[in-house]
Design a protein around this ligand. Structure first.
Ligand SMILES: [Zn+2]
Length: 80
């Protein structure tokens, strides 16, 4: 049996696309959540050690949800 391709699309930075999406509310929320999550993690030893604290957890969860939504929508849009 061949191992099915377990491809994980790493978070890619495609600046051209992000600029087009700048006026997009979902994108704005996504970036906002990304910042909140990142800023918190930078300050929080618990979250850095992969054990999200009570404050950090909702931030990371929100970021995860929005990232998911955003990526889904992007992949739909890419199929023209
Ligand atoms: Zn934390």
């Amino acid at each position: 049996m061949t191992a099915a391709a377990d491809r994980r699309t790493a978070t890619t930075s495609n600046n051209r696309k992000t600029r087009e999406m700048a006026k997009d509310q979902l994108f704005i929320s996504y970036m906002d959540a990304f910042q909140a999550s990142t800023i918190h993690t930078n300050r929080c030893a618990d979250c850095q050690s992969d054990r999200p604290c009570q404050t950090g957890e909702p931030l990371h969860a929100r970021f995860g949800d929005l990232q998911d939504l955003y990526n889904k929508r992007q992949s739909q849009r890419n199929q023209r």
